[in-house]
Design a protein around this ligand. Structure first.
Ligand code: IDP
Ligand code: MG
Length: 153
């Protein structure tokens, strides 16, 4: 079992599509084990997007991510890091395939609705960045047999 981080960006909150996006993860059988609304500080954002700090458009990404609150989510499942990236689609919403979140809800590279951790290693670092100890809870173990065969776990 893995846990990954998803951020529903300010544009998703403002456009009123949170329910639809969250429902895609739920319907897939991915378990929500953490969720809260947060405003991202300059420091958190600089850490989170450290790989983009040197880009000329970093200032625009920063403004966009601070334009309103975000929802941060911890999602759990077998191979969930990879599965959530697939559900998310490629970075540019205009190129993301229909059926993916970005493909269905975004017309933009920047305003692309969701962030999703890109590897298990990154997920572990990012979950610690956005969730304090005790904020990730897993109280639905009874569901596991309805989601997976025993040899898949
Ligand atoms: P990812 O979100 O698909 O993992 P990253 O390359 O990690 O893509 O970029 C993080 C975020 O920065 C993207 O989701 C997008 O919002 C923004 N971004 C990335 N590249 C560009 C660009 O060329 N122009 C504007 N915004 C960008
Ligand atoms: Mg990324």
């Amino acid at each position: 079992m893995q846990v990954t981080l998803v951020i529903l960006k300010p544009s998703a909150v403002q456009r009123g599509i949170l329910g639809e996006v969250i429902s895609r993860f739920e319907k897939k059988g991915i378990q929500i084990v953490g969720m809260k609304m947060v405003r991202l500080s300059d420091e958190t954002l600089a850490e989170h997007y450290a790989h983009l700090l040197h880009k000329p458009f970093y200032g625009r990404i920063k403004d966009s991510m601070q334009a309103g609150p975000c929802i941060v989510m911890a999602l759990k499942g077998v191979d969930v890091v990879n599965i959530v990236r697939k559900l998310t689609g490629v970075t540019n919403g205009r190129e993301a395939l229909p059926g993916t979140i970005r493909g269905d809800y975004s017309m933009s590279v920047q305003e692309n609705i969701v962030h999703a951790s890109d590897s298990l290693e990154t997920a572990e670092i990012e979950l610690k960045r956005f969730f304090n100890p005790g904020e990730i809870v897993d109280d639905s173990p009874h569901l596991i047999p309805f989601l997976y065969a025993p040899d898949e776990l």
